[in-house]
Design a protein around this ligand. Structure first.
Ligand code: AMP
Length: 488
């Protein structure tokens, strides 16, 4: 059955059941159905161009879900922006998206109150864009990954079949913000299976007491997060099966799951399944998965990222595009119905990494990988993209914005590593003028300005002020030499 029709059916059968909980507020299935219908009606009356995505800007309010579903029912893709994005960055995304309408929780409430009749039919065209996720771009311009209904259907069919979610009974934990596609794994899976989402706010994750209080009464059956949240929770001994008695599975995505975190979770939650999933936004949330157990942790030094979803191929290629044999390291290349058509309005960027091979959409991930015993392993990035606590960051994005500040003549940003993985951002700066101010004052002033351009998770933790950058033989900033100063 078509996704939206299925969601509508759940809305009818589970009318009074909760669908979404966040920050103490609940949205029922019935309210979701009726309010998203009314919103779709209002959007249809607004007369915006049919191919224009709609920006939905907010945090974890229930109106966000109403907004996403209302857009889909009106035949428009939604482009989520979290409130944590500074105004300047949000405006760039809105501009790049070409959106003719920007919704916020307030405007959604107003539009719903008009009670417009919903459009008579929903589009189920698999090639129509369903959402656009904006990720960090290396030139400082966020790039919008277009995901079609067909891509989402392929992802949902796979995960629902693999996990055998109990229809109408799952409670999914949502950790990440809606502009990060790991949220699709909890929210759209819950929508498709008649489940419920318990969504953590920034305030929940910033305060341990509040976080644990929320988790304790959440009834979560399916934990969806980046490994960073589990790592944080493991720091407290109370984080164990007794805190989440209904939990049946952990589903991780978006960043490296270390053997240490995996092992400790298996110890503390002996009855709970542990799944590692992998994939870039460009491949719709996740493309590979594996259930991790003790035996696997004993056999390999790393946690594998698994095997490809059925109908999708994941191969390791060399720089010339030749497939490599088992054990050899190369680029992870994915091909299948879950691969995005490309970056919104950027055929140049799209052509660099996407292609059509024998009629199948293909994406070169830029991730190093290898296959062993039929299982895929991840070996880091081939470029300057890093993950810090699960957030995808192009170092170039931070550099461009830092270099745009009046105080700065030149900037380079390096990710310092801990236990072999990127851990925090270090900014190396040549100042335009030094004056009498201390390094601490300059750092504070740069951070203040940068915070108006970049979300908090992209701000460098450390600043190093230099008179000039070390140069390579061909006159470029010697990033390796800068990185070496962090390890000595
Ligand atoms: P995003 O588009 O934000 O989901 O980031 C995608 C990138 O995150 C991938 O290209 C990988 O570099 C990294 N990634 C995603 N899942 C995993 C995983 N399970 N293990 C290691 N890295 C991952």
């Amino acid at each position: 059955m078509d996704l939206l029709a299925r969601i509508d059916d759940w809305g009818r059968s589970f009318h009074d059941h909760p669908m979404f909980w966040s920050g103490g507020a609940t949205l029922s299935w019935g309210d979701l159905r009726e309010k998203s219908d009314a919103l779709a009606g209002a959007i249809a009356r607004a007369g915006i161009s049919s191919d224009s995505p709609i920006v939905v800007r907010g945090h974890k309010e229930s109106e966000m879900i109403i907004g996403f579903l209302g857009c889909a029912k009106a035949g428009h893709a939604y482009a989520p922006i979290d409130v944590g994005a500074p105004e300047a960055r949000a405006q760039r995304i809105i501009e790049a998206s070409g959106a003719e309408l920007v919704l916020t929780p307030e405007t959604i409430r107003e539009l719903v109150a008009r009670n417009d009749p919903p459009p008579s039919a929903h589009s189920a065209d698999p090639s129509s864009p369903h959402y656009v996720m904006f990720t960090s771009g290396s030139t400082g311009e966020p790039k919008g990954v277009v995901i079609t209904r067909g891509c989402l259907d392929a992802f949902l069919a796979w995960t629902i079949d693999e996990q055998q979610f109990a229809p109408g009974r799952e409670v999914f934990l949502n950790q990440v913000i809606y502009s990060f596609d790991v949220s699709v794994m909890d929210t759209w899976t819950a929508l498709a299976t008649g489940g419920m989402v318990v969504s953590l706010t920034a305030a929940d994750t910033a305060d341990f007491r509040q976080l644990f209080a929320t988790l304790e009464c959440s009834g979560v059956t399916t934990w969806v997060s980046t490994p960073a949240l589990a790592q944080l929770c493991l720091g407290d001994r109370r984080f164990a099966a007794s805190m989440l008695p209904q939990l049946r599975r952990f589903m991780f995505c978006g960043d490296v799951l270390t053997p240490d975190v995996a092992g400790r979770l298996l110890d503390r939650f002996p009855e709970v399944e542990l799944w590692n999933t992998y994939g870039p936004t460009e491949g719709t949330v996740a493309t590979t998965s594996v259930r991790v157990d003790r035996e696997m942790l004993g056999r390999y030094q790393q946690v594998p990222i698994g095997v490809a979803m059925p109908g999708t191929s994941v191969v390791i290629e060399d720089a010339e595009g030749h497939q490599l044999p088992e054990e050899a390291r190369g680029e992870i290349v994915i091909a299948g119905p879950n691969v995005s058509p490309g970056y919104l309005g950027r055929p140049d960027l799209t052509a660099r990494v996407f292609s059509e091979r024998n009629g199948v959409r293909t994406y070169r991930t830029g991730d190093w990988g290898s296959v062993r015993d039929g299982l895929l392993f991840f070996h880091g990035r081939m470029d300057n993209q890093v993950k810090i606590a699960g957030h995808r960051i192009e170092l170039g994005d931070v550099e461009v914005h830092l270099a745009s500040l009046p105080l700065v003549r030149a900037a380079a940003v390096i990710a310092a590593e801990r236990n072999g993985r990127p851990d925090s951002l270090h900014a190396f700066v040549v100042l335009a003028e030094r004056g009498e101010t201390t390094d601490l004052d300059i750092r504070a002033s740069l951070l203040r300005e940068l915070a108006t351009l970049l979300p908090a998770y992209m701000l460098p933790r450390n600043f190093h002020f230099l008179d000039a950058f070390p140069l390579t033989a061909n006159g470029k900033t010697d990033r390796k030499a800068l990185a070496a100063t962090l390890t000595t």
